[in-house]
Design a protein around this ligand. Structure first.
Ligand code: ASP
Length: 596
């Protein structure tokens, strides 16, 4: 499409364009003055090109030329010419040419920058977020935004091709039980009442299925008031979809189609499918986590049988109290004695009583602080059971099974995770339990309470062991998203609420509208939601999701750019019928006194 202010993107020019007259507009990245001739790197959204401003060509007044500074927004018109061979820059796609300007106009000057806009310069993240609009000018950030857009576009293409309808659902809704804390919005018209922002469009997409929409999707913003982490923000974006007359296999096939197309579009990698699958139990047993990174083996082995008759007190005690002994063969780590002891310390930090390391020696024996307490037979069985070669390090943890798995699962990641690994290992984890117990020992839904159990009778009789029709998509050890076959029978839904300790009256009061909807010929349905921020971050090799979100919050939920969250005027609060509690005001006063 012809544009009025520029003829080309700066980063699109190539040697074949030499001789063409172009008009470009963008920002001054770098500026070098070579005896009056000024060379600038002109950057726009498409990339960078070198522009020569020679006073002899009179592109602008001398005064204007000498006033140019970094990040001035300028436009130039000039001729593309090849750079002399020895001046070519092979690092830059436009490195074989430069543009010799005969007109230069300053569109907008820039104040002195708070930091230099350069991918090679590290800047404190809070400062980057405070000036996000400048940070976004860095080529790596432009690239991340472009990747995000490409991923979402590929998703929309796939969903359209597969016959899904894009439908928006409301963001001011009633609070629903999806496991996280709701973000609330006070109502002015009905003072004292609140909307919740959706943790996901879960119930609305189910209502759409009841409404006869057989294929729904949405690029949906979701809100959860949880503590932030590297891969978690208060608001995040999901590709949310649902299908009627669908079971698990329909969802997983759709996910394979989405993932392979997105990966091909963005990274030009052909991902093999069907994706491998593990049941939740297998994942926990072999990798100590429900989101295993399967790019490397190092699986957890149960060694409890090997030590069933052991004379080593630390091990026999654990077995007697119902715990287990498990280990991984971490391979040839090449660690010194203190490095190995460091792993034991790390295991303690992670909550285990300790960790035993054993290094397989050339003569077939094991070097380990505990070797003398173990029998010949036990040592031999460890060696063969763990396929230990000379130099390999076997790491063993004996404790409560949950702790053993958690700690070995984490240590496995820390010693085994490949760096700069190009491989993309997608994986489905299926057959999740319906419930887990929270800290108070009460049942909570592992996925969400609208997930169908495999066997309703089993769920009623032994809720702690019941399996659900829930599944996750995992990529390189990150959970990309979850979904499930839903309950479409109101009686089963009521049973799940009952197990969760939600009384009939409470269920009726909070989700009566949904339970009623289920009673009008609900089709069997199933769906999923893919976390777009995480997917883009992994595909872009970004260290955290904030790098692929244009305007993220800090780890404390703040936006240093706009100052949110912020206090509001008393008048605004009064209109909403809200008053800040005196205790909170006292905290404000204390913060202010402390100079916060
Ligand atoms: N609503 C679920 C979530 O956000 C996804 C799903 O079950 O479709 O995790």
């Amino acid at each position: 499409m012809a544009e009025t202010m520029k003829t080309h993107g700066a980063g699109t020019l190539r040697a074949a364009d030499a001789g063409t007259e172009v008009t470009l507009a963008g920002w001054i990245g770098r500026r070098r003055d070579h005896g009056g001739v000024i060379f600038v790197d002109l950057r726009d959204a498409s990339g960078v090109v070198q522009v020569v401003l020679n006073p002899d060509d009179a592109p602008a007044s001398d005064q204007e030329l000498s006033s140019l500074r970094m990040e001035y927004c300028i436009s130039i018109t000039g001729l593309i010419r090849p750079r002399p061979d020895d001046m070519a820059n092979p690092e830059l796609p436009t490195g074989e040419i430069e543009v010799v300007a005969n007109v230069m106009t300053v569109l907008s000057p820039s104040e002195t920058l708070p930091f230099q806009i350069d991918d090679r310069i590290e800047v404190d993240e809070a400062r980057r977020l405070q000036y996000r609009y400048l940070d976004l000018r860095r080529p790596s950030m432009t690239e991340n935004l472009r990747a995000r857009s490409k991923v979402i576009r590929a998703m929309r293409d796939v969903m359209g091709d597969l016959g899904f309808m894009e439908i928006e659902t409301p963001t001011l809704i009633a609070s629903t039980p999806e496991g996280a804390r709701d973000m609330l919005v006070p109502s002015r018209l009905r003072k004292g009442n609140f909307y919740a922002l959706p943790q996901s469009p879960q119930l609305f997409k189910q209502l759409l299925m009841i409404g006869g929409v057989e294929r729904y999707y949405q690029v949906a913003r979701c809100y959860r008031d949880e503590d932030l982490r590297a891969d978690r923000q208060l608001e995040f974006t999901q590709l949310d979809f649902e299908g009627s007359f669908w079971g698990q296999e329909d969802v997983l096939a759709t996910l394979e189609e989405i993932s392979t197309r997105v990966t091909k579009d963005l990274r030009d990698i052909d991902v093999e499918h069907p994706f491998p699958r593990l049941t939740w139990h297998e994942a926990m047993d072999r990798y100590g986590t429900d989101k295993p990174d399967i790019r490397f083996g190092m699986q957890i082995n149960d060694l409890s049988d090997v030590f069933a008759e052991t004379g080593f007190k630390a091990f026999s005690g654990v077995l007697a109290s119902g715990g287990s002994i498990r280990g991984i063969n971490a391979g040839a780590l090449g660690l010194s004695r203190s490095g190995l002891d460091g792993l034991s310390a790390r295991a303690q930090e992670l909550g285990a009583k300790g960790l035993v390391w054993m290094v397989k020696e050339d003569d077939g024996g094991f070097r380990s602080p505990v070797a003398k307490f173990l029998s010949e037979g036990e040592l031999e069985e460890i060696g063969t059971g763990m396929a230990a070669e000379p130099g390999d390090v076997v790491l063993i943890v004996a404790d409560e099974t949950r702790t053993v798995l958690e700690v070995l699962g984490q240590i496995r990641l820390e010693v085994g995770q490949p760096e700069g690994h190009e491989e993309l290992a997608y994986l489905f984890v299926v057959d999740f339990p319906v419930f887990e117990r929270n800290e108070d020992g009460d049942f909570v839904a592992l996925h969400h309470p609208f997930t169908a159990p495999v066997d309703v009778r089993e769920m009623s009789e032994d809720p702690g062991h019941a399996i659900s029709k829930a599944y996750d998509l995992v990529l390189n050890g990150s959970e990309l998203g979850s979904g499930s076959v839903r309950i479409h029978d109101p009686a089963v839904q009521a049973k799940v609420f009952e197990t969760l300790g939600i009384s009939d009256e409470d269920a009726e009061r909070r989700f009566g509208w949904f339970l009623e909807a289920l009673r009008y010929g609900t089709p069997p349905h199933a769906g999923f939601a893919v976390g777009i921020d995480r997917l883009v971050a992994i595909l872009q090799n970004a260290p955290n999701i904030r790098e692929v979100i244009p305007f993220p919050k800090t780890q404390t939920g703040a936006d240093p750019l706009t100052g949110s969250p912020s206090r509001v005027d008393d008048d605004q609060l009064r209109e909403l019928g809200i008053e800040v509690r005196p205790a909170v005001m006292a905290e404000w006063a204390a913060d202010e006194a402390a100079g916060d």
